[in-house]
Structure formats: C-alpha cells, structure tokens
Ligand binder design. Sequence first.
Ligand SMILES: Cc1ncc(COP(=O)(O)O)c(C=O)c1O
Length: 517
Amino acid sequence: MRETAYINGNGGWQMKKELRIMEFLLQHADSHTVSFHMPGHKGSAIYKRFGYDEFLEKFMDCDITEIPGADNLFQAEGIIKNLQDKYRELYGVSHSYLLINGTSGGIIASILATVPAGGQLVMARNCHKSVFNALTLGGIRPVYAYPELIPEYGISGEISCEEIEQCLKDNPEASAVILPSPNYYGVCSDIATIAEVVHRHGKVLIVDQAHGAHLKFFEKDMPLSAEDAGADIVINSIHKTLASFTQSAVLNLHSQRVDRYVLEDKLQAIQSTSPSYLLMASLDINASILELHGPTLMKEWAENLDYFYSEAAKICTMDDSARSQQPSLGFLTGLKNFDRSKINIDSGGLSMTAAQLEEALIKRGIVPELTTGNILMLMTGIGNTREDYDRLLSALKQIIREKRQQLGSSSPSPSDQKGAPHTDSVLMSRARTHLPPPSGKTQLFAIPKKWKRIPLIEAEGKICASSIIPYPPGIPLVCPGEMFDKDTITYIKALRDAGEKVIGVNENGEVAVGFDK
Ligand SMILES: Cc1ncc(COP(=O)(O)O)c(C=O)c1O
C-alpha cells in the first residue's frame, strides 16, 4: 500500500505527503494519470461519451434515501427491481441482486445462506479475506482446496477439479464450495467441470468472480463466465472492470439448490441499511451502457488488448534481432484459461523487481494495480482507451531503453532478477511444509479463545488469532488457527520492511496469538 500520493508538479512526478482526502482526490483528478488499476470505468470520459453529463453535474442532488418512488433494495418492487431484472437478462440467470458493499458483502451472504452455522465449507486457500470473515461469522469450518502454483512466476494458478473432488470425498459433510475465478492475475479455473463435480456430490458452487464481471460480454478468446459454466451463485465486482462506482457489485443466482429467500435475508443482514443511490445509479448506467453499446465496447477492448500485446512483443525485442538477446520484460500471455485483460509483466529479465518497475511507471504517469515479487499486474477495464495503451507502451519502451543502457553489455545475473518472494509461493510452501501433515496440508488448530499481542519475531510456533493479510492482494497468509512458522515470519517482516501493508500486524510490529494452548 502506498502511503504517499504522487502528484504532477513542475518538476515532474513527485511524492507528496499528508493531504486531506478531498485534496488528494482533486489532485488525483487533475493529474491525468493513466489508470491500469480499479475501478474499471477509468474516470468520467466513458459516462460523457454515452451522454451521462447531466448525472455527473447533478451528482450531489441525486444522493437520496428511500423517498417515495425510490423503491427499497431489500424489498425491490420498482426502479431497483427493474435494474435487477436488467442484470438478470444481461447475465442470463434467474435472479440478480445489486450489492452496495462490494463482492465482499455478497460473498459473506452467499456462504451464510448455504452453509449452516458450524458446518463445513470447501474453499480455495487463496480466497479473498471476506470468505475468511464469513467463516468467523458463521462458526464455519474450512476445508482448504489448494490452487496449483505456476512455478516460473510464483503465482497461483487454477484450482483443479480433482482437488475439489478429493476435498468433497474426504468431507461429505461440507455444504458448499467457493473459489475465485479469475484470480487476481487472471487465471481462471475450469468452472464447468468443477460445477459438474460439485453438483454430483449434491453441493452448492459459489464462484467469486470479483475480477471477471466482464467475461460474460467478451465474444471470443476469453474463458467462459461462471454464469455460463453452471455455477449456482456468482458474485461480480462490476466496479473492478466495468463501468460502475467503487463498492458496487452484482450477485447472480442461477440455481434451484439455493433458497433465494434465505439468501435475500442474509444480504439484508450483511449490507448497509442506507444503500447509496449513487452507487446503484452507477450500476444502472453500467447496465445501460452494456445493453446498448456492449458489443462495440467489448470489440474495442479486445482490439486494444491485441494491439497492446503485439506492440509490446515488438518493444521487448526492439532494435533488431542482433539485440533481441538483450535484457527485456516478459509478458505472461501463455497461461491456460487466462483472462488476458489482466496484463502481467515479469520484470526479472530487466534486472528489476516489480516494485521498481512500478515506480518507473508511476514516474511516467502510469499507475498499475499490483506488484508482487517480479510480477507487475496492470488491470485494464472497459474505460481504457487506445491512448492509455499507447502511453503505457511508450513508457515501457523508455524504461527498457534506459535499463539496457544502464546494464551495458552485461546480461542480468540470476540474483539480479529475483524480486521479493511472492505471497502465493510463500502460501503454497506453508501449505506443503506445515505440520503435522495428515494430507500434506496446513494444519488447523482451534481458533484461540484467549489471545494476546506479541512481537511478530517471537511468534514462531504460536497459533494465529487474527488473520495476517498482505494487501493487496488481500489473501490471508496466516489464518486464525494456523501456526506461525519461521519462513512466514521472515517473509512478513520483509514485506513490512519494504513498506508494504500487512493487515494484522500493528504499528508496533505485533501480532495476535492464542495462549490457551
Ligand atoms: C478475489 C477477490 N474477491 C473478492 C474481492 C472483494 O471485492 P469487493 O472489493 O468488490 O468487495 C476482492 C477484492 O479485491 C478480490 O480480489
């Protein structure tokens, strides 16, 4: 997490500290940075393009509560129901629900609606923290399914249907299965086959499609959306890649296996009782844009991606074939079942960590979504224009040139190429090496009832009482009931020393551990 804001002063991109929130936002709006991070709308241009200027002008006067005629999110019969019906048709499902607490709220409600208190949930270990929060709220016992690791890059790959099948065979008591697809880097799992396995075992499949709300609308060269692949509940962060405001999302239900009234009850329990009409209006605008211009916009997006990847390949081997052996950046394009709207760059070949590459891009006015180890991820969205991709290409070209000049004829040494380890690879190695190994997987202890805070460096062998979550990507590295081990402590310390945000470690470097064992 960056603690500082970058502003475009006279002397170029500089860091500025201690702004008020509003000042920060206004400066950001004036800075004209290119956004390759959330939200997917990328600013007001897309609303203006499709004639929503009046809404933008009257924004504050549109901030209302449930006045007569405004309908009610939790008993939708009027204008909100109409929009929910529009989403139902857009996604081809039986029911759609607007969410104003993000996919996070939808995930928690879905789990509480499908797993009884104290029951079992099969969940991918790389699930978002909202899944872990649902476990705590419902006293639910997790059964972890582990994603494959893509060893070249240290990031997690798909969750295989064999892994899910094994978890279900070993844990017939489990009521539901949840996994993220795509994951943060764009790797999707084979949801169609997983759905078949889960349904054969008589369970409910919930897909966290926070990063894939757009998949349904791409015509080709993209993984199938989880709705089309047969999942029972799919939760989409419309705000991440499409055109609504941050925090707005849509839950799609397409199943007889889930009691929709129980689900609606849990949505009410989890979400704010003062839903923002501005958020819901942005979901409305997004739906209309998709309905009226979806095919055009998706075609433009796909063409921009084709253009970017082919120009980027030229840039990486630029300056003729004699120099093609030169240090360069790599692009993770060959991954199986991959959402290519996430541009993942491997910075190692240029003797840079992803954090250094990010710094170099930010200095050139381009803001990426995420870095970890040697992988930098740029999140494209419906609002990115050809100009954004051109600015990115030109920045990458400059960075490669400068770095090559700096490196001279020397090619990068293997040690130069290594960034900090990646959270996913640390997570997987914890899973493999943790003790004791009944199935070679992380041991869960009872979640401590009594706990205290101790320095992180003294936590080896102690049971975690409050999740440790590097952010982003927001996947808990150590969960309540798991034991702290030496390598993980070293990794967390390295992240903090590098200025990364690690939720669960306080300002004094302390973590919560149980002392009832
Ligand atoms: C995989 C995944 N699932 C769920 C969420 C939560 O989504 P939201 O921000 O819409 O609450 C995130 C957030 O980044 C995420 O990365």
